[in-house]
Design a protein around this ligand. Structure first.
Ligand SMILES: CC(C)(COP(=O)(O)OP(=O)(O)OC[C@H]1O[C@@H](n2cnc3c(N)ncnc32)[C@H](O)[C@@H]1OP(=O)(O)O)[C@@H](O)C(=O)NCCC(=O)NCCS
Length: 157
């Protein structure tokens, strides 16, 4: 099944939908505050992408392009995408929504970094993500996983 991935706008409707996701936290709260204080306009750009089933937002992820100069993971330095807050609402899991969002990110043609939560590791394995060598000073509590486009020229550590 083909799902339509949409870039989500920051508005009261989207922020209300976000409350249904487990990983609702500081990022969402600061968006609410910025909207209420008119620091950002209604319908501003957000780093979130999502899939709707009818009127309901059922899956979402955050995606951010990190510039090469901040890349501490692979050589030669190159821009990459950081993907976080991938989540599918419980009733919609295992229907391909998670995969559709990850595939959407892959189509941007850049390496992708994510952090696996304990029980989602199997999913990331399936999506072709692999661990980078753990470095305590850099990774601390993180468990960074990467996916690289085919033929991407890197020297992995
Ligand atoms: C993890 C998550 C993002 C995956 O999205 P999803 O839409 O449910 O997964 P999909 O239907 O796109 O699955 C794609 C493939 O990964 C597999 N898969 C999905 N979740 C998996 C998991 N936790 N472990 C191993 N494989 C998994 C599916 O079986 C499917 O395999 P297939 O292509 O061979 O059929 C989603 O289930 C989720 O948000 N879960 C809640 C948060 C979380 O991380 N849960 C894990 C426990 S805390």
């Amino acid at each position: 099944m083909e799902y339509k991935v949409e870039k989500l706008r920051v508005n009261y409707k989207t922020l209300e939908e976000f409350k249904r996701f487990k990983e609702y936290g500081l990022q969402e709260l600061s968006m609410v505050e910025d909207l209420e204080a008119n620091i950002i306009d209604n319908d501003s750009e957000s780093p979130f992408y999502g899939i709707y089933f009818g009127d309901t937002l059922v899956a979402r992820m955050s995606l951010y392009r990190v510039e090469a100069k901040f890349n501490r993971y692979f050589e030669p330095p190159h821009d990459f995408l950081e993907l976080w807050k991938l989540e599918v609402l419980p009733d919609y899991q295992n229907k391909g929504y998670g995969k559709a969002l990850v595939n959407f990110a892959k189509e941007m043609g850049l390496p992708i970094k994510t952090n696996a939560r304990m029980k989602s590791r199997g999913f990331w394995d399936k999506m072709g993500f692999t661990s980078v060598h753990y470095e305590m000073a850099r990774d601390r509590g993180e468990n960074p996983l990467f996916w690289f486009p085919e033929g991407f020229p890197i020297e992995k550590d």
